[in-house]
Design a protein around this ligand. Sequence first.
Ligand SMILES: [Zn+2]
Length: 137
Amino acid sequence: MAVEYLCKICRGVLNVKTSIILAASKVNSSKRGLILLNPEIGNYTTTTHPTFKIEEGAEYIYTCPICHSQLNSGKYPHLVRILMIDEDGKEFNIYFSGIAGEKCTYKIRGTTIEKKGPDAELYGKYFDVPEEDRKYL
Ligand SMILES: [Zn+2]
C-alpha cells in the first residue's frame, strides 16, 4: 500500500500520480488556482500553472478540490491540515504552513509528533504539550 493523503473533511484522496493536488486562494485577493505539492514530507517543491504564481510570504487558504472544504486549521493559526495514511494503514494528521515560503511540516499521531523542515520551530510550540497533559490528548 502506498502512502495516501486525504481531505480531513470528505476523506477523498488528494494525491494523484506524484503530487498532492489542492486548490489555493490568496488571502484578501481574488487570485486562486490549483497547486501541486510534493508528497515527500520535507520536500517543499510546489507546482502551479504560470497564470497562478505563489507569492512568498503571502498567506493562502487551501481547499479540497473534491468537496471544497477549507483545509486551513481552525485550531492552529497559519497551519493547514490534511490526513495521511502510511504504508501500514496508520493515519496521521499532517500540518503545513499556509504562508508561502515557510518550510515546516508536522506529522502527528496521538502524542507522537514529528517536526520537519528548516522552519519547524515557527509553529513547534503549538505541539509542545507538557508531559503531564499528554494523557488528556
Ligand atoms: Zn474534501
